[in-house]
Write a protein that binds this ligand. Structure first.
Ligand code: KG4
Ligand code: ZN
Length: 335
Protein backbone atom coordinates (compact mmCIF):
# COMPACT_ATOMS: atom_id res chain seq x y z
CA UNK A 1 0.00 0.00 0.00
CA UNK A 2 1.59 3.25 -1.20
CA UNK A 3 -0.27 6.41 -0.29
CA UNK A 4 -0.05 10.04 -1.30
CA UNK A 5 -0.84 12.28 1.69
CA UNK A 6 -2.09 15.86 1.35
CA UNK A 7 -2.32 18.44 4.14
CA UNK A 8 -3.98 21.83 3.53
CA UNK A 9 -5.89 22.51 6.75
CA UNK A 10 -4.26 25.84 7.60
CA UNK A 11 -1.25 27.77 6.31
CA UNK A 12 0.99 24.97 5.09
CA UNK A 13 0.67 23.07 1.84
CA UNK A 14 2.29 19.71 2.51
CA UNK A 15 2.52 16.49 0.52
CA UNK A 16 4.18 13.11 1.16
CA UNK A 17 4.31 9.53 -0.05
CA UNK A 18 4.22 6.76 2.56
CA UNK A 19 4.68 3.10 1.69
CA UNK A 20 3.50 0.44 4.15
CA UNK A 21 6.62 -1.66 3.51
CA UNK A 22 9.27 0.94 2.80
CA UNK A 23 8.13 3.75 5.12
CA UNK A 24 8.24 7.41 4.19
CA UNK A 25 9.43 7.79 0.58
CA UNK A 26 9.35 11.57 0.19
CA UNK A 27 7.79 14.66 1.67
CA UNK A 28 7.68 18.36 0.90
CA UNK A 29 6.12 21.42 2.46
CA UNK A 30 5.44 24.94 1.39
CA UNK A 31 4.84 27.38 4.27
CA UNK A 32 2.63 30.42 3.73
CA UNK A 33 4.15 32.27 6.70
CA UNK A 34 5.46 35.18 4.61
CA UNK A 35 2.06 35.54 2.89
CA UNK A 36 0.24 36.08 6.20
CA UNK A 37 2.99 37.90 8.12
CA UNK A 38 1.78 41.41 7.17
CA UNK A 39 -1.64 40.62 8.64
CA UNK A 40 -0.32 39.24 11.94
CA UNK A 41 -2.22 35.98 11.48
CA UNK A 42 -3.62 33.57 8.92
CA UNK A 43 -6.08 35.11 6.42
CA UNK A 44 -8.31 32.16 5.43
CA UNK A 45 -9.15 33.33 1.91
CA UNK A 46 -5.49 33.96 1.07
CA UNK A 47 -4.60 30.56 2.52
CA UNK A 48 -7.11 28.77 0.24
CA UNK A 49 -5.92 30.58 -2.86
CA UNK A 50 -2.30 29.79 -2.12
CA UNK A 51 -3.06 26.08 -1.59
CA UNK A 52 -4.64 26.11 -5.08
CA UNK A 53 -1.42 27.56 -6.49
CA UNK A 54 1.03 25.30 -4.67
CA UNK A 55 -0.62 21.89 -4.38
CA UNK A 56 -0.16 20.47 -7.88
CA UNK A 57 3.52 21.51 -8.20
CA UNK A 58 4.23 19.99 -4.76
CA UNK A 59 2.56 16.69 -5.71
CA UNK A 60 4.66 16.56 -8.90
CA UNK A 61 7.84 17.24 -6.91
CA UNK A 62 7.08 14.66 -4.23
CA UNK A 63 6.43 11.96 -6.84
CA UNK A 64 9.67 12.90 -8.63
CA UNK A 65 11.62 12.79 -5.33
CA UNK A 66 10.29 9.27 -4.70
CA UNK A 67 10.99 8.33 -8.32
CA UNK A 68 7.37 7.34 -8.78
CA UNK A 69 4.74 7.80 -11.43
CA UNK A 70 1.26 8.66 -10.16
CA UNK A 71 0.07 5.30 -11.53
CA UNK A 72 2.24 3.60 -8.89
CA UNK A 73 0.07 5.02 -6.08
CA UNK A 74 -2.43 2.74 -4.33
CA UNK A 75 -4.41 5.40 -2.49
CA UNK A 76 -4.79 9.10 -1.72
CA UNK A 77 -5.22 10.53 1.80
CA UNK A 78 -6.06 14.13 2.59
CA UNK A 79 -6.83 16.12 5.71
CA UNK A 80 -10.63 16.31 5.88
CA UNK A 81 -10.72 18.40 9.09
CA UNK A 82 -10.64 20.11 11.47
CA UNK A 83 -9.31 23.33 10.00
CA UNK A 84 -10.15 26.27 7.74
CA UNK A 85 -13.00 25.13 5.52
CA UNK A 86 -11.81 26.74 2.28
CA UNK A 87 -8.27 25.48 2.82
CA UNK A 88 -9.50 21.97 3.62
CA UNK A 89 -11.64 21.91 0.50
CA UNK A 90 -8.62 22.51 -1.73
CA UNK A 91 -6.92 19.34 -0.48
CA UNK A 92 -10.14 17.34 -0.30
CA UNK A 93 -11.29 18.26 -3.81
CA UNK A 94 -7.85 17.67 -5.29
CA UNK A 95 -7.25 14.42 -3.41
CA UNK A 96 -10.68 12.94 -4.01
CA UNK A 97 -10.56 13.82 -7.70
CA UNK A 98 -7.04 12.47 -8.21
CA UNK A 99 -8.04 9.17 -6.60
CA UNK A 100 -11.11 8.97 -8.84
CA UNK A 101 -9.07 9.68 -11.97
CA UNK A 102 -6.51 7.03 -11.03
CA UNK A 103 -9.17 4.51 -10.03
CA UNK A 104 -7.72 4.11 -6.50
CA UNK A 105 -9.34 4.61 -3.08
CA UNK A 106 -9.34 7.89 -1.16
CA UNK A 107 -9.54 8.49 2.58
CA UNK A 108 -10.17 11.66 4.60
CA UNK A 109 -7.87 11.94 7.63
CA UNK A 110 -8.45 13.75 10.94
CA UNK A 111 -5.69 16.36 11.30
CA UNK A 112 -5.19 15.68 15.01
CA UNK A 113 -4.96 11.93 14.46
CA UNK A 114 -2.11 12.80 12.11
CA UNK A 115 -0.35 14.80 14.85
CA UNK A 116 -0.99 12.01 17.41
CA UNK A 117 0.66 9.40 15.24
CA UNK A 118 3.47 11.53 13.76
CA UNK A 119 6.00 9.87 16.15
CA UNK A 120 5.28 6.59 14.34
CA UNK A 121 7.43 7.97 11.52
CA UNK A 122 10.52 7.95 13.75
CA UNK A 123 13.09 5.13 13.70
CA UNK A 124 12.11 4.07 17.24
CA UNK A 125 8.37 4.65 17.40
CA UNK A 126 6.51 4.49 20.73
CA UNK A 127 4.50 1.42 21.60
CA UNK A 128 0.83 1.52 22.54
CA UNK A 129 -0.57 2.48 24.97
CA UNK A 130 0.69 6.03 25.37
CA UNK A 131 -0.56 9.42 26.48
CA UNK A 132 -0.26 12.16 23.88
CA UNK A 133 -0.02 15.87 24.54
CA UNK A 134 -1.21 17.77 21.47
CA UNK A 135 -0.12 21.38 21.65
CA UNK A 136 -0.68 23.37 18.47
CA UNK A 137 -1.98 26.76 17.40
CA UNK A 138 -5.56 25.52 17.41
CA UNK A 139 -5.57 22.77 20.03
CA UNK A 140 -4.30 21.78 23.44
CA UNK A 141 -5.37 18.34 24.54
CA UNK A 142 -4.28 15.26 26.41
CA UNK A 143 -5.33 12.00 24.78
CA UNK A 144 -5.09 8.43 26.00
CA UNK A 145 -4.07 6.36 22.96
CA UNK A 146 -4.63 2.71 23.77
CA UNK A 147 -4.22 1.44 20.20
CA UNK A 148 -4.38 2.71 16.65
CA UNK A 149 -7.80 4.33 16.30
CA UNK A 150 -8.59 4.25 20.02
CA UNK A 151 -8.49 7.72 21.46
CA UNK A 152 -9.91 8.93 24.76
CA UNK A 153 -9.86 12.66 25.40
CA UNK A 154 -8.50 13.21 28.93
CA UNK A 155 -8.51 17.00 28.95
CA UNK A 156 -8.40 20.04 26.73
CA UNK A 157 -8.18 23.81 26.85
CA UNK A 158 -11.26 25.71 27.91
CA UNK A 159 -10.17 28.84 26.02
CA UNK A 160 -6.94 29.59 24.12
CA UNK A 161 -4.73 26.84 22.77
CA UNK A 162 -1.12 26.87 24.02
CA UNK A 163 0.19 27.95 20.61
CA UNK A 164 -2.47 30.65 20.41
CA UNK A 165 -1.34 31.94 23.82
CA UNK A 166 2.25 32.05 22.52
CA UNK A 167 1.12 33.89 19.37
CA UNK A 168 -1.04 36.43 21.23
CA UNK A 169 1.59 37.06 23.91
CA UNK A 170 4.24 37.55 21.24
CA UNK A 171 1.99 40.04 19.51
CA UNK A 172 1.46 42.13 22.63
CA UNK A 173 5.24 42.16 23.18
CA UNK A 174 5.59 43.54 19.68
CA UNK A 175 7.12 40.40 18.19
CA UNK A 176 6.43 39.12 14.68
CA UNK A 177 4.23 36.33 13.36
CA UNK A 178 4.23 33.43 13.99
CA UNK A 179 4.76 34.38 17.59
CA UNK A 180 5.80 31.07 19.16
CA UNK A 181 9.28 30.80 17.64
CA UNK A 182 9.84 34.59 17.95
CA UNK A 183 8.95 34.58 21.65
CA UNK A 184 11.09 31.49 22.25
CA UNK A 185 14.05 33.21 20.57
CA UNK A 186 14.04 36.30 22.83
CA UNK A 187 13.21 34.20 25.92
CA UNK A 188 16.66 32.61 25.57
CA UNK A 189 18.30 35.75 26.98
CA UNK A 190 15.64 36.27 29.66
CA UNK A 191 15.48 35.50 33.37
CA UNK A 192 12.38 33.34 33.91
CA UNK A 193 12.37 33.97 37.66
CA UNK A 194 12.33 37.79 37.60
CA UNK A 195 8.53 38.08 37.40
CA UNK A 196 5.96 35.73 38.84
CA UNK A 197 3.42 34.03 36.59
CA UNK A 198 0.47 31.79 37.47
CA UNK A 199 0.33 28.08 36.55
CA UNK A 200 -3.34 28.11 35.50
CA UNK A 201 -5.68 25.39 36.73
CA UNK A 202 -2.94 23.33 38.35
CA UNK A 203 -4.30 23.80 41.87
CA UNK A 204 -7.52 21.93 41.12
CA UNK A 205 -8.03 18.35 39.98
CA UNK A 206 -8.58 17.40 36.36
CA UNK A 207 -6.72 17.60 33.11
CA UNK A 208 -8.25 20.63 31.42
CA UNK A 209 -6.23 23.74 30.58
CA UNK A 210 -6.82 27.48 30.41
CA UNK A 211 -4.30 29.87 28.89
CA UNK A 212 -6.18 33.11 28.36
CA UNK A 213 -5.57 34.31 31.96
CA UNK A 214 -1.84 33.84 31.50
CA UNK A 215 -1.95 35.99 28.40
CA UNK A 216 -3.86 38.72 30.28
CA UNK A 217 -1.43 38.50 33.19
CA UNK A 218 1.43 39.05 30.75
CA UNK A 219 -0.34 42.03 29.15
CA UNK A 220 -0.85 43.73 32.53
CA UNK A 221 2.73 43.02 33.58
CA UNK A 222 4.13 44.39 30.30
CA UNK A 223 2.07 47.58 30.60
CA UNK A 224 3.57 48.24 34.02
CA UNK A 225 7.20 47.93 32.83
CA UNK A 226 9.82 50.19 31.28
CA UNK A 227 9.38 48.05 28.15
CA UNK A 228 13.09 47.73 27.39
CA UNK A 229 14.71 44.71 25.73
CA UNK A 230 15.61 43.09 29.06
CA UNK A 231 12.04 43.39 30.43
CA UNK A 232 10.74 41.90 27.21
CA UNK A 233 13.16 38.95 27.38
CA UNK A 234 12.44 38.34 31.09
CA UNK A 235 8.67 38.42 30.56
CA UNK A 236 8.96 36.10 27.53
CA UNK A 237 11.07 33.66 29.57
CA UNK A 238 8.65 33.80 32.54
CA UNK A 239 5.66 33.22 30.28
CA UNK A 240 7.36 30.33 28.51
CA UNK A 241 8.34 28.74 31.83
CA UNK A 242 4.77 29.08 33.12
CA UNK A 243 3.38 27.30 30.03
CA UNK A 244 6.05 24.59 30.29
CA UNK A 245 5.41 24.03 34.01
CA UNK A 246 1.64 23.93 33.53
CA UNK A 247 1.93 21.36 30.74
CA UNK A 248 4.44 19.38 32.83
CA UNK A 249 2.07 19.18 35.82
CA UNK A 250 -0.88 18.06 33.67
CA UNK A 251 1.18 15.48 31.76
CA UNK A 252 2.46 14.03 35.03
CA UNK A 253 -1.10 13.78 36.28
CA UNK A 254 -2.30 12.14 33.03
CA UNK A 255 0.48 9.53 33.17
CA UNK A 256 -0.35 8.77 36.80
CA UNK A 257 -4.10 8.51 36.28
CA UNK A 258 -3.79 6.19 33.27
CA UNK A 259 -0.85 4.20 34.61
CA UNK A 260 0.96 4.82 31.33
CA UNK A 261 4.74 5.00 30.98
CA UNK A 262 5.06 6.72 27.61
CA UNK A 263 4.28 10.31 26.70
CA UNK A 264 4.17 11.54 23.12
CA UNK A 265 4.37 15.25 22.35
CA UNK A 266 2.84 16.52 19.12
CA UNK A 267 1.89 19.83 17.53
CA UNK A 268 3.88 22.99 16.82
CA UNK A 269 4.50 24.01 20.45
CA UNK A 270 6.28 20.66 20.84
CA UNK A 271 9.18 22.33 19.01
CA UNK A 272 9.73 24.60 22.04
CA UNK A 273 13.08 23.81 23.66
CA UNK A 274 12.16 24.96 27.19
CA UNK A 275 9.08 22.72 27.09
CA UNK A 276 11.17 19.81 25.83
CA UNK A 277 13.69 20.23 28.64
CA UNK A 278 10.93 20.42 31.26
CA UNK A 279 9.01 17.40 29.99
CA UNK A 280 12.14 15.29 29.75
CA UNK A 281 12.24 15.50 33.57
CA UNK A 282 9.13 13.29 33.75
CA UNK A 283 9.67 9.74 34.92
CA UNK A 284 8.41 8.31 31.65
CA UNK A 285 9.63 7.70 28.13
CA UNK A 286 9.01 11.04 26.44
CA UNK A 287 8.86 10.85 22.65
CA UNK A 288 9.12 13.91 20.44
CA UNK A 289 8.70 13.64 16.70
CA UNK A 290 11.51 15.41 14.80
CA UNK A 291 10.71 19.17 14.74
CA UNK A 292 9.51 19.16 11.11
CA UNK A 293 6.92 16.49 12.01
CA UNK A 294 5.83 18.37 15.16
CA UNK A 295 4.37 21.12 13.00
CA UNK A 296 1.90 20.51 10.16
CA UNK A 297 3.20 18.12 7.52
CA UNK A 298 2.04 15.72 4.82
CA UNK A 299 3.93 12.70 6.16
CA UNK A 300 1.59 12.25 9.14
CA UNK A 301 -1.45 12.37 6.84
CA UNK A 302 0.06 9.85 4.40
CA UNK A 303 0.91 7.58 7.36
CA UNK A 304 -2.56 7.66 8.96
CA UNK A 305 -4.21 7.40 5.53
CA UNK A 306 -2.18 4.29 4.76
CA UNK A 307 -3.25 2.61 8.04
CA UNK A 308 -6.89 3.54 7.46
CA UNK A 309 -6.84 2.26 3.88
CA UNK A 310 -5.24 -1.00 5.07
CA UNK A 311 -8.15 -1.28 7.53
CA UNK A 312 -10.48 -1.04 4.56
CA UNK A 313 -11.73 2.48 5.12
CA UNK A 314 -12.88 4.25 1.95
CA UNK A 315 -14.20 7.72 1.25
CA UNK A 316 -17.46 7.87 -0.71
CA UNK A 317 -17.59 9.67 -4.07
CA UNK A 318 -18.66 12.96 -2.47
CA UNK A 319 -16.09 15.56 -1.45
CA UNK A 320 -16.39 16.24 2.24
CA UNK A 321 -14.48 18.55 4.61
CA UNK A 322 -15.29 19.31 8.26
CA UNK A 323 -14.10 22.54 9.88
CA UNK A 324 -15.08 21.09 13.27
CA UNK A 325 -14.55 17.42 13.95
CA UNK A 326 -14.07 15.79 17.34
CA UNK A 327 -11.10 13.44 17.65
CA UNK A 328 -13.28 11.02 19.57
CA UNK A 329 -15.46 10.67 16.45
CA UNK A 330 -12.61 8.88 14.70
CA UNK A 331 -12.05 6.63 17.68
CA UNK A 332 -13.29 3.13 16.88
CA UNK A 333 -14.61 4.55 13.62
CA UNK A 334 -16.87 1.95 12.08
CA UNK A 335 -15.77 0.84 8.65
O1 KG4 B 1 0.89 22.28 14.78
P1 KG4 B 1 1.07 23.61 14.17
O2 KG4 B 1 2.16 23.78 13.14
O3 KG4 B 1 -0.22 24.14 13.48
C1 KG4 B 1 -1.49 24.00 14.00
O4 KG4 B 1 -1.87 24.89 14.76
O5 KG4 B 1 -2.11 22.97 13.64
O6 KG4 B 1 1.34 24.63 15.39
C2 KG4 B 1 1.57 25.99 15.19
C3 KG4 B 1 1.72 26.67 16.55
C4 KG4 B 1 1.77 28.19 16.46
O7 KG4 B 1 0.91 28.74 17.44
C5 KG4 B 1 3.24 28.51 16.76
O8 KG4 B 1 3.43 29.78 17.35
C6 KG4 B 1 3.60 27.40 17.72
O9 KG4 B 1 2.94 26.25 17.20
N1 KG4 B 1 5.05 27.17 17.77
C7 KG4 B 1 5.79 27.38 18.88
C8 KG4 B 1 7.14 27.10 18.52
N2 KG4 B 1 7.16 26.71 17.20
C9 KG4 B 1 5.86 26.77 16.78
N3 KG4 B 1 5.45 27.78 20.10
C10 KG4 B 1 6.44 27.88 21.02
N4 KG4 B 1 7.74 27.65 20.76
C11 KG4 B 1 8.14 27.25 19.54
N5 KG4 B 1 9.43 27.01 19.29
ZN1 ZN C 1 -1.56 21.04 13.14
Amino acid sequence: MRVLGIETSCDETAVAVYDANRGLMSHRLYSQVSLHADYGGVVPELASRDHVRKLLPLVTEVLADADLDKKQLDGVAYTAGPGLIGALFVGAAFGRTLAYALGIPAVGVHHMEGHLLAPMLEPEPPEFPFVALLVSGGHTMLVNVSAFGQYQLLGQTLDDAAGEAFDKTAKLLGLGYPGGPALAAIAKSGDASRFSFPRPMTDRPGLDFSFSGLKTHTAVLWQAQQQGDQEKADIAAGFEQAVADTLFIKCKRALQSTGTKTLVIAGGVGANQRLRRRLSQLQARVVFPRPEFCTDNGAMIAYVGCQRLLQGMREPMSIDARPRWSLEDVSNQTL
